[in-house]
Design a protein around this ligand. Structure first.
Ligand code: ADP
Ligand code: MG
Length: 157
């Protein structure tokens, strides 16, 4: 089983294509843990993922609210923990029930800030800026999650 995969995108449009491939392979309970500097492309990836499933809602980083919820079939729970100061703030919004969620897909920007409540199974998406328009996506499966072999095949086809 393929546990890590590196994919380089050279434009936001290519990152959208990658997210579109993920959109075909998602299922309720799936968790994406996104990391990378400000401007790496975490929100760009989540936005494209949500839009690729037919939800046309506005997707922005929920920096001040910690959580945005979009769509149905599937539903998305979008966290941004950049400004998280205490785990308690997450508990107050019932985050533990949503990581993972029974009825939707969870995307967490800055997930590395909450190692203590990360679940057993998730997909780690680390995004590295190479230059203005190029990004290296380092994908890593933790436990049982999306099959990276399928993502690789679809990316190359
Ligand atoms: P983050 O959520 O990680 O802070 P954003 O997604 O908000 O980052 O911003 C990423 C910025 O980088 C956007 O302005 C986007 O247009 C730009 N960008 C340039 N090249 C890429 C690429 N290959 N993939 C994703 N975003 C890119
Ligand atoms: Mg963001």
């Amino acid at each position: 089983m393929l546990e890590t995969l590196e994919i380089k995108t050279t434009s936001p449009a290519e990152t959208e294509r990658l997210a579109g491939i993920f959109a075909k392979n998602i299922f309720p309970g799936l968790v994406f843990a996104l990391s990378g500097d400000l401007g790496a492309g975490k929100t760009t990836f989540v936005r494209a993922l949500v839009h690729a499933t037919g939800n046309q809602e506005i997707v922005n980083s929920p920096t001040f609210t910690l959580l945005n919820v979009y769509g149905k079939n599937p539903k998305f729970y979008h966290f941004d923990l950049y400004r998280l100061s205490a785990l308690e703030d997450l508990e107050n919004i019932g985050a533990e029930e949503l990581i993972p969620a029974t009825d939707g897909i969870t995307c967490i920007e800055w997930a590395e800030r909450i190692p203590e409540i990360m679940p057993e199974n998730y997909l780690q998406v680390s995004i590295n800026s190479l230059d203005e328009n190029s990004r290296l996506f380092v994908l890593k499966t933790i436990g049982k999650t999306i099959e990276l072999e399928r993502i690789k095949k679809q990316w190359l086809s």
